[in-house]
Structures are given as structure tokens and as C-alpha cells.
Design a protein around this ligand. Structure first.
Ligand code: 5AD
Ligand code: SF4
Length: 464
């Protein structure tokens, strides 16, 4: 990994616009952390007086915020660059920024292969985007530094009007799952000081945010070294004191940090903190302990199931979601059957599944017994069918429940709005007069595989 500032200025490669750009478009390719980073880059550019636009075609600056976890991430980046570098009708072309984890991991290759890119910036350095854009007027700039001074200290206050907002509390990963590139692109686990987070959360609530989702690659490893080692559960309890904040969520958690005594306080928070929503994304990746060992996951099928049992004892209605990889090197039919069986056993409300795909430089990339693509395709289709059955069963189990829905966007029909239940289901509500941002009390009346329908009900004392 590069240390210290890595800044390269080459004056010859491209010719970005000579005037300072005024309109920007940020495209996200990946996970929620990536979406959050895109929002923050937008905040930075807005703070410079620039305006966001809906499409890359209208923009003077286009930021392609890449994600290395997604398949064919690099190809998607190159095909977007190919489109963007074509001159427009007026002969102009936008300043192109390659950001995110692919930029971090493959900055030099991007520089060699795509001369049209003006700025290459990693996920730990994007707070310097305005300066990098200035410098890019003299030629391409690369900044894939992993700085000691956290980027959060130099980001402007959030600009948001949404009812639900993300708040990054932790970044990086020390777990080194053998398939994953994140520890190499996002660096080691670091936590932001709780005092900063509480101030940011209060500012969000003052702007109308009702729900905050705490983000981190390993969010349950959160530990505020300045705040006496305050843990994620401590942070959640502090956030719950903020008047006007109705809901708290967090993602993504690692099963290892939830096992044994280490997870007790967070599990207890699920029982005790009413604002903490009954939903947990706890990726297991595989139902086979043999494969989990090869993945270096540091949990087994049984230890994972034991954690879920503790969670359900604390919060019986908790909805669970997970991530799965099929076709990890050496995965046999019997291993895969165990993945199907854990999906049925847990009864996930939702789950995300991926075909194993090689990430150069990770240990699994060179493991023997790589699984043929056709086998991966077949396993993925079977897994996704099993997950859909589990989600539908979960949604059906909630019919008749009364709960709140936080309205987030308009529905297809007039008077319809779509929001989220406490269990993170998308709920379609017909409620003329209601507006986005309202937290309404409803009864769930019917279930589909990916959503539920809810009817408004009179205020109830026992809503989740
Ligand atoms: N191949 C397939 N899926 C992967 N993930 C991470 N790396 C890979 C890879 N090399 C998946 C994991 C992780 C999710 C965000 O992406 O399931 O939890
Ligand atoms: Fe990647 Fe594993 Fe870290 Fe998650 S815990 S970011 S899968 S290395």
C-alpha cells in the first residue's frame, strides 16, 4: 500500500476545460459506503458553488465512483470513460474523475489505459477533490494516498433534505477474508470520534432527517479510542437521546464481532433501545464451515446460528439479511447444499448473493479448484430462488402487524407513497395528504416477494 502523499502531475495527457467547471454528476457503482462517499463528494462540490445535475451528459465534471466488490467493476469504468471522452455537439467534454476502490487498487493501470481520465482519487483521499480538480487544469492528477489525518475532518457539513440519511462511523477492515479486496483498498479499521458523529447526527435531524443508518465496513467493530473505547451500542444509546430522531440502523456487521461476550452489549441494545430498528444485516457468505474456514471468516455455521439465537432471544421479531458467495474455490455440491439449508433455516427477510469472482492479489485468487462458471451460474440461480422463497415467507409472516412506515418516495399511482417498515421492507401506502418524510402508522395487509402493502391505521400504542 502506498504511504504518504502520492501525487503525480503529468502535464501532457489530457486537456480538461479551461474554465472552472460548474455542474457535476456523481455516479455510484457499489455498496452503501460507496453511495455515502458519492453523497459526500457531492457535498464537497456543492460547497464550491457547483450544482448537481441528473445525467453525465449535462455535467462539466463527472465522478465515476467505482466499487471493486462488484463484478466487472473495471470494465464498467472503462466503458463509461469511453462514452464520456467522446466530444459533445459543442466540442466540449467533461472533466472525468475516477474515484473509489478500483481507482485505489488500479490507479496506475487506469492512468496508462485511459488517458482521458483527469483525476484518479482513492476512497481515503476524496476530501481533496476540489484541489485535485484545480490541479487537473494543468494535467492529470492521481491521489491514492491513505492519509493519517482522517478525511472526515476536512469534509463540509452535510447537505441533505432526505428523511433517511447515512452516517459513516467506521471505515476499513482488518479481517482479510480471502476473497475480498476491501482491506487492501480501504485500509485498516478506523472509527470516527463519537463527539463528531453526535454533532453530525444532530445537524442531520435539524434538517429533517428522521432515520440514520450508521455505516461501516465492519460497523460492529466501532470503537471510539478518544471516547474511552465507546462501542457501537454505546454510540447507538447516545444517538437515541436525540429528540426528533426516530429510527437508528447500522450496517454492515461481521459475525465475528458479534460472537461471545463481545456482542452482548449490542444484542442487549436490540432489546432495550426502542429507536434501534429490528433488522440486522449479518453476512454469513456460506453455510459450510469448511468453506468458511477457507474464506478466513473466523466463524462457523454453528457459531453464526448461535449468534442469531441470542439476537432472537433479545428481539424476537428481528429481521435478518445476509450476503452469500457461490462458487468459492473448492465449493462442492455438498457445501453448496449447506448454503441452501442455512437460508431455509434462518428464514432471511432479504439476502444478496454473488458468484465468486477473482480479485487479483487476494489469497483466493490463486487457490486450486476454481469452480467452473457454468456451475456458479446454476448455483446462483438455485440460491436466488431459495432466497426469494424465504423473503416471501418473511413478508407473509408480517401481514396483520401494525408498525410505522417512513415515507421515502412517491409510488406509481396517485396518492401512493413508498416507505420502509421497521423490518426494512418496502411498503406501498395509499394515504392522500401524506408527504415524503412522514412517519405513518399502518397495518401490513398483503405481501409480495420484494414489498408489502400497508393501510394507514389510527395511532396505536403498540407499534414497532
Ligand atoms: N467475489 C464475489 N463476491 C464478493 N464479495 C466480496 N468480494 C467478493 C468476490 N471476490 C461479496 C461478499 C460481501 C459483499 C459486499 O460482496 O458477499 O459481503
Ligand atoms: Fe471484505 Fe471480509 Fe472485510 Fe467484509 S469482513 S470487508 S468481506 S475482508
Amino acid at each position: 500500500m502506498p504511504e504518504g502523499v502520492h501525487l503525480e502531475i503529468a502535464a501532457t495527457v489530457s486537456s480538461p476545460p479551461t474554465e472552472l467547471p460548474r455542474r457535476y454528476h456523481v455516479k455510484s457503482f457499489g455498496c452503501q459506503m460507496n453511495v455515502y462517499d458519492s453523497e459526500r463528494m457531492g457535498d464537497l462540490l456543492s460547497a464550491q458553488g457547483m450544482a448537481p445535475v441528473a445525467t453525465p451528459e449535462e455535467a462539466d465534471v463527472v465522478v465515476l465512483n467505482t466499487c471493486h466488490i462488484r463484478e466487472r467493476a473495471a470494465e464498467k469504468l472503462y466503458s463509461d470513460i469511453g462514452r464520456l471522452r467522446q466530444p459533445r455537439r459543442d466540442g466540449s467534454r467533461p472533466t472525468i474523475v475516477a474515484a473509489g476502490c478500483v481507482a485505489q487498487a488500479e490507479g496506475a493501470e487506469i492512468a496508462a489505459r485511459a488517458p482521458a481520465v483527469d483525476v484518479i482519487v482513492g476512497p481515503l483521499a476524496y476530501h481533496r477533490l476540489p484541489q485535485l480538480l484545480q490541479q487537473a487544469r494543468g494535467g492529470r492528477v492521481i491521489d491514492i494516498d491513505m492519509p493519517a489525518v482522517p478525511k472526515f475532518d476536512s469534509l463540509p457539513a452535510r447537505h441533505t433534505t432526505q428523511a433517511s440519511a447515512f452516517l459513516t462511523v467506521q471505515e476499513g477492515c482488518d479481517k482479510f477474508c480471502t476473497f475480498c479486496v476491501v482491506p487492501y483498498t480501504r485500509g485498516p479499521e478506523t472509527s470516527r470520534p463519537a463527539a463528531d458523529l453526535l454533532a453530525e447526527a444532530k445537524a442531520l435531524v435539524a434538517r429533517g432527517v428522521r432515520e440514520i443508518t450508521l455505516l461501516g465496513q465492519n460497523v460492529n467493530a466501532y470503537s471510539d479510542s478518544l471516547g474511552g473505547g465507546l462501542s457501537l451500542s454505546g454510540l447507538i444509546r447516545e444517538l437515541a437521546q436525540i429528540d426528533g430522531l426516530a429510527r437508528i440502523r447500522y450496517t454492515t456487521s461481521h459475525p465475528r464481532d458479534m460472537e461471545g461476550a463481545g456482542g452482548d452489549d449490542l444484542i442487549a441494545a436490540h432489546a432495550e433501545v426502542a429507536k434501534l430498528m429490528p433488522y440486522l444485516h449479518l453476512p454469513v457468505q456460506s453455510g459450510s464451515s469448511r468453506i468458511l474456514k477457507a474464506m478466513n471468516r473466523a466463524h462457523t455455521r454453528d457459531s453464526y446460528l448461535a449468534t442469531l439465537a441470542r439476537l432472537r432471544a433479545a428481539r424476537p421479531d428481528i429481521a435478518l439479511s445476509g450476503d452469500f458467495i457461490v462458487g468459492f474455490p473448492g465449493e462442492s455440491d455438498a457445501d453448496f447444499e449447506q448454503t441452501l439449508s442455512i437460508v431455509r433455516e434462518v428464514g432471511y427477510a432479504a439476502a444478496y448473493s454473488f458468484k465468486y469472482s477473482i480479485r487479483p492479489g487476494t489469497p483466493a485468487a490463486t487457490m486450486a479448484d476454481q469452480v467452473p462458471e457454468a456451475v456458479k451460474d446454476e448455483r446462483l440461480a438455485r440460491l436466488q430462488a431459495t432466497i426469494s422463497e424465504a423473503s416471501l415467507a418473511f413478508n407473509r409472516s408480517t401481514v396483520g402487524r401494525r408498525c410505522t412506515v417512513l415515507l421515502e418516495r412517491p409510488g406509481r399511482k396517485p396518492g401512493q407513497l413508498i416507505g420502509k417498515t421497521p423490518w426494512l421492507q418496502s411498503a406501498v401506502v395509499s394515504l392522500p395528504g401524506a408527504v415524503i418524510g412522514d412517519l405513518v402508522e399502518v397495518e401490513i395487509v398483503s405481501a409480495m416477494p420484494n414489498s408489502v402493502e400497508a393501510m394507514p391505521c389510527r395511532p396505536q400504542s403498540q407499534v414497532a
